[in-house]
Design a protein around this ligand. Structure first.
Ligand SMILES: NC(=O)c1ccc[n+]([C@@H]2O[C@H](COP(=O)([O-])OP(=O)(O)OC[C@H]3O[C@@H](n4cnc5c(N)ncnc54)[C@H](O)[C@@H]3O)[C@@H](O)[C@H]2O)c1
Length: 461
């Protein structure tokens, strides 16, 4: 099938590459010329396991094309996915400008019946808005060829997780399709069912609902996941005070099938490009209808507080003036297996330590460049603080001269490190573990002073 994907970010690029891998003829369109050039050279601008090899393979078999030509892009796809960004505006609402421009472009250049699929995470009512914009462009041009003016707008939110995006896309647990009656709904449904048939071989994964419910399902899912994280973080802070081990509690809770184990890890708070902005956008929608989402308000507040927890622990241990102290940081990306730094908790941890006078040596397995850019931006008004960060591309060299190691992202290579080398290299054997990678008792046996989150027996809490 001929497919166009508008926007080649984490979602658009994975969608386009994976649909090409399944045999479709795909054009990925983006306004970022640098990105498109890289992609045409077979280089993935983002780090995502397995993605670059799929891009290379499908470029060479000519099933995948990258373009900055909007007319070619709109003409190509029978199905056009909109997968552009929907960042947060200062009011907390989703900024729909990229979606609106995409809709305008489709309406301007539409040449035959199209299924327009909103894959971006967008507030309820956005599909209607896209429909209006496309129609208004068609009306402007007022072509008399009826087939060229037909289209259907669907909602098909994406649930992939950065870090295993290709796998998630190829093996979705559900495909949500929001389709409203009328507007050639049956034709659109048939096309989408054909496109997604390879994912439904084992069992039917597609759930069809109305467009507004589909739009809402995405926000509701992210809100639930963020709630679980903040809930556990709040309990972890209490656990620490009353000598309870939150990891034991997590296992005890997770064994209940009604609860399950996922997203119950205490840590330094959630970040990334989705949870923070989606929680804000959902609250904004509620506010527009004179409602306050009390639970989500607290989820957000708890998360903001939790991002400060590592700094508080370090200040408690080393005193409020950190001048003369160097700390080593392992893990900068907002989660493992990605180079995405958007809203990464590491930004707040690093900024907090710098503001108290510390110097930092930082390391991440893949996001060193992205982290430099993100930290430069985070510290744009405090450039003297940025100068106090050394970016060291080596997991153990980064520890040299450091008073303590601070673990912020749970990359696999941090899970079974060379403890002997860590102890030898650090100035003092102190670890602040924002991801609870180790057992406090075992760390004591290894002669480390260990500070986890909500752990029984963590040192000097
Ligand atoms: N990142 C995730 O894990 C994830 C998961 C599920 C859903 N989502 C949602 O998917 C959407 C995209 O997220 P992302 O992380 O891929 O975003 P992104 O910022 O990584 O990518 C957006 C891309 O769109 C391009 N773009 C901007 N305006 C454009 C235009 N007018 N025409 C063509 N291209 C344009 C940008 O250049 C960029 O390459 C968001 O709504 C997000 O909430 C993201």
């Amino acid at each position: 099938m001929k497919i166009t994907v508008i926007g080649t970010g984490y979602v658009g690029l994975v969608t386009g590459a994976c649909l090409a891998e399944l045999g479709n003829d795909v054009i990925c369109y983006d306004i970022n010329e640098e990105k498109i050039k890289l992609l045409n050279d077979g280089v993935s601008p983002i780090f995502e396991d397995g993605l670059e090899s799929i891009i290379k393979k499908n470029l060479s078999s000519s099933r995948l094309h990258f373009s900055t030509n909007v007319i070619e892009a709109v003409h190509h796809g029978k199905v056009i996915f909109i997968a552009v960004g929907t960042p947060t505006t200062p009011s907390g609402a989703a900024d729909l400008s990229q979606v609106e421009i995409s809709a305008k472009n489709i309406g301007k250049w539409i040449n035959e019946y199209k299924v327009i699929v909103n894959k971006s995470t967008v507030p309820v009512g956005t599909a209607d808005k896209v429909k209006e914009i496309v129609q208004s462009q068609i009306d402007l041009v007022s072509i008399n060829d009826s087939d060229s003016t037909q289209f259907t707008v669907l909602s098909n939110p994406e649930f992939l997780k950065e870090g295993c995006a290709v796998d998630d896309f190829m093996r979705p647990d559900r495909i949500i399709l929001g389709i409203d009656p009328g507007q050639n709904a049956n034709q659109a449904k048939d096309l989408m069912n054909r496109l997604y048939a390879p994912f439904n071989r084992h069992h039917e994964r597609t759930l069809i609902m109305n467009v507004r419910s589909a739009e809402f399902t995405k926000y509701a899912s992210n809100a639930m996941l963020a709630t679980r994280i903040s809930f556990m973080n709040e309990l972890a802070n209490l656990a620490e005070k009353i000598n309870v081990d939150i990891e034991s509690v997590r296992k005890g809770m997770g064994a209940d099938p009604r609860i399950g184990y996922s997203f119950l890890y205490a840590g330094v708070g959630y970040g990334g490009s989705c949870f923070p902005k989606d929680i804000k956008a959902l609250q904004n929608t509620a506010n527009n209808h004179d409602l306050t989402l009390e639970i989500l308000k607290s989820v957000e507040h708890v998360n903001e507080q939790q991002k400060k927890i590592m700094v508080q622990k370090i200040l408690k241990r080393f005193g409020s003036d950190l001048k003369g102290n160097i700390f080593a940081v392992w893990g900068l990306a907002f989660k493992p297996n990605t180079d995405d730094m958007r809203e990464a908790p590491s930004l707040k941890v690093i900024k907090g330590l710098l503001e108290h006078g510390a110097r930092l040596r930082v390391y991440d397995p893949v996001s060193m460049q992205a982290a430099q850019r993100a930290l430069r931006h985070e510290l744009a008004e405090q450039t003297q603080l940025f100068e106090k960060i050394e970016f060291i591309s080596h997991q153990y060299k980064v520890l040299e001269g450091a008073q303590a190691l601070v673990i912020v992202t749970e990359w696999k290579e941090f899970k079974s490190p060379d403890f002997h080398l860590i102890r030898q290299t650090l100035k003092s054997p102190v670890i602040f573990d924002g991801r609870n990678l180790f057992e406090p008792e075992v760390m004591q046996e290894r002669h480390f002073e260990y500070h986890g989150i909500g752990r029984h027996n963590s040192s000097a809490e």
